[in-house]
Ligand binder design. Sequence first.
Ligand code: UDP
Length: 406
Amino acid sequence: MLGVRLKDYEGVAGKTIIEEIHNLGEALQGYKILHINSTRVGGGVAEILQSLVPLMQETGLAAKWEVISADPEFFNTTKLFHNGMHGQAVDISGAMLESYLATAEKNRHLLQQDSDLIVIHDQQPLGLTASRAESDARWLWYCHVDPRYAVPAVWYFLAPMIAACDAAVFHLPEYACDLPLLQYYMPPAIDPLSDKNREVTTEEYNGILDKLKIDPEGPPVILQVSRFDRLKDPAGVIEAFKLVRQHYSCRLILAGGSADDDPEGATVLEEVRALAEGDRDITILALNPEAHLEINVLQRHAEVVVQKSLREGFGLTASEALWKGKPLVATPTGGLAHQVLDEQTGLTAETVEEVAARIGYLLENPDIARQLGAAGREHVRQHYILPVYLRNWLKLLLLLDGRRNN
Ligand code: UDP
């Protein structure tokens, strides 16, 4: 991944878009953009920033990425916020809110006085908005979840901080909120040249399967890759798999790791392990956050990929699987509904029974599975790969900065 240049994306994205990026970037030379989030590894935001920031720099922007530091109590609180943003009833005490704000205060030094734009990713660093009067920067809140189900206890705590920004960005137009600020939408993207998504050699492929103790000759693999989070419904995937197995010989792999800002991961992993206990057809893989090539190979090795999320901001794991031409069965929630267009770029399913039926259908119809996978890959290529995302970012910055001349 090191040393990847914009030009290297021409092969997947075409020349025109790379030229467009350079043209748009001309008006933004030296533009100081500071991204702030809550973890360097694990989860979608970290995944995006790892690839986006170096390319912004290559385009000529002075792009920086800072991560807030916080203690476990803070992340317990923000995980409750996260769950509350997704509609779960959560119990948040006054002491938790105070410590949330105190953590922001401790991270004030991250705000560089001379930024043109400060981008706050998700809710964890939002408390920093208390210091916005100290600089002339514009502030942008980038919401990476589906906010439509947010519970009032969380939303009304966060809303004034969001409103202190100049604008908000959501992944999808339907996520727009009742907020007194400009709102834009911009879906995220995968990096087709990263270790997570690039082509792999036969040696790498075999080596990883060997390391993960996955028999390359075994029955077809059904796969879900996700952090161990109840909103990704790993229990539902296991139930669906058990139904499929009544009719087809197959294996299930649930692969995922943790993120520094997700303290519930270990508990959910234990729950999932308990559900799979003693079942030799189910493999639970707890991966480390740097296991990009492992995820890449698993996705390539899978016969069918599942994303049975109960809520999903966007669902980069779906884009990753589609990019590898895999047939995907996904719940049509949040960004998954935009990626998996039913019977065109994959199959949608809501209940355990529907998920099982559609996995069975794909196992039985490999030609259709291949066609869906190929269409899925093209859909991702057109809309959800890094150069498209960078171009969207540059357009947004020009818009925000008032320097757009067409
Ligand atoms: N991911 C990873 N290791 C894991 C689980 C997930 O690297 O064990 C990556 C995954 O490949 C994807 C991102 O983290 O790039 C997850 O993004 P997504 O939008 O699917 O979900 P989020 O975790 O942000 O809710």
